[in-house]
Design a protein around this ligand. Structure first.
Ligand code: SAH
Ligand code: SF4
Length: 402
């Protein structure tokens, strides 16, 4: 069981969250398979072309309720509203950063749970076309409990439905249309562990990439995982060549056990092996994400361990200075440390990019806003957690030096 793998003092939720409200029983339309909608229409004696009309509204329109679908007869609109929801997300609060290039949205679900998405826009530069990337959530909360991650503090609330995932993408597509831009990339790097909700994530990714629905290229959809081995096997079996990102953060097992508690269940060497098979079947290189934490995982020894782990892999490493999160004792690595680390990886033959943090001032590390809204942990809980993390990481670092 996952809870066994991750149950550990430092990985316990820090914040006690109030119980969820009642769910809306009506499925979100963007998650309803085409055949099911067609059957529903034919049971009501509706012509087949209604399915296409409804799909046009869902995939290209901006309506929030069935009542706004004026191409449909009023009785059908009422019926549709009684059975399905046009969107599963309330209008979110938006917080801009980076001069408006980054936007963070806090979305409320039907049961009152909060999830976050971030839009990052990159203007055209030289031969590179403008890009707009939506970073979306796959779960409300997360059970993995990585101690540097704000979502990890919350613990696990629930899996998102297919429509709840797809509607995040629809929201940003509509928002971008309002400023005359297009959504070009989707990354599952918001709240939650996508491969612990793998069936729905795969269905949502299929909708996002289906030509008759969203039509984004598979390579423009990135699925990020902390290393759920069976989930990677599912991806290999499923076939589409999405971009796979593995959250590495430490190559040495003792330290990764602390930074990504799932490592105790699925050791990183096995995860790299599975990711290598995904790369071989899809021909797509795997991205390894490495959050740089000062004095914890940013030493030359850590860099050499990463080179040894990834040597010969079809892989690329992204180094990301940690976004400061309120309740850890840790700080981002200084630029000089990040550059020295990158130099060792490159000398070892690994393609490496140093990422600039986007939206640090709005807490754009996903989960931060939701964690703030969920309430403040007690000072005693924070102190206990910080002490545990200091002791754990120090023990892991000295074990690796022996
Ligand atoms: N659960 C998945 C995807 C969501 S997290 C995963 O862990 O891969 C997406 C990325 O954000 C991961 O690489 C995660 O490690 C990173 N992240 C989490 N907290 C962060 C922080 N405080 N600063 C920088 N990156 C962070
Ligand atoms: Fe979950 Fe990813 Fe955060 Fe770890 S980094 S707690 S796996 S969301």
């Amino acid at each position: 069981m996952l809870s066994e793998a991750v149950s550990d003092g430092a990985a316990q939720p820090l914040i006690s969250v109030p119980p969820a409200g009642a769910r809306d029983a009506r499925p979100g339309l963007s998650g309803v398979p085409k055949a099911q909608l067609e059957r529903w229409l034919s049971e009501r004696g509706q012509p087949a072309y209604r399915a296409r009309q409804i799909a046009d509204h869902v995939w290209a329109g901006a309506a929030q309720t069935a009542d706004e679908l004026r191409t449909l007869p009023a009785a059908l609109r009422r019926d549709l509203d009684a059975t399905y929801r046009l969107t599963t997300l309330e209008q979110p609060e938006l917080t801009p950063a980076d001069g408006g290039l980054t936007q963070k949205a806090l979305h409320r679900l039907d049961d009152g749970r909060l999830i976050e998405t971030v839009l990052m826009r990159y203007p055209a530069r030289g031969w590179r076309r403008a890009r707009a990337t939506a970073c979306i959530s796959s779960q409300a909360g997360c059970a993995v409990g990585c101690p540097f991650c704000a979502t990890g503090e919350l613990g696990f609330w629930r899996d998102l439905e297919v429509a709840e995932i797809v509607d995040q993408v629809r929201f940003w597509r509509q928002w971008l249309a309002g400023v005359g831009q297009r959504l070009t990339n989707v990354v599952f790097m918001g709240m939650g562990e996508p491969l612990l909700n793998v069936n729905r994530v795969l269905d949502a990714a299929a909708a996002i990439t289906d030509r008759s629905r969203f039509g984004l290229g598979a390579r423009h959809v990135t699925i990020s995982t902390s290393g759920v081995l069976p989930g990677i096997e599912r991806l290999i079996a499923a076939g589409p060549a999405y971009t796979l990102a593995v959250s590495l953060h430490a190559a040495r097992p003792e330290l990764r056990d602390v930074l990504v508690p799932l490592n105790r269940r699925y050791p990183i060497a096995d995860v790299v092996d599975a990711a290598g098979r995904y790369a071989a079947t899809t021909g797509r290189r795997v991205t390894y994400e490495y959050v740089m934490i000062q004095g914890i995982n940013d030493t030359p020894a850590d860099a050499h361990a990463a080179v040894n782990l990834l040597r010969g892999q079809l892989a690329h490493v992204n180094l990301i200075p940690m976004n400061p999160v309120a309740h850890t004792p840790w700080q981002p690595s200084p630029a000089s440390r990040v550059d020295a680390f990158a130099a060792i990886l490159r000398a070892g033959g690994l393609g490496t990019t140093v990422r600039r943090n986007r939206g640090v001032d709005i807490g754009a590390a996903c989960g931060q806003l939701a964690a703030d809204r969920a309430g403040a942990p007690t000072p005693a809980a924070i102190a206990r957690r910080q002490e545990l993390l200091v002791v754990r990481s120090a023990a892991a670092i000295s074990a690796a030096r022996r």
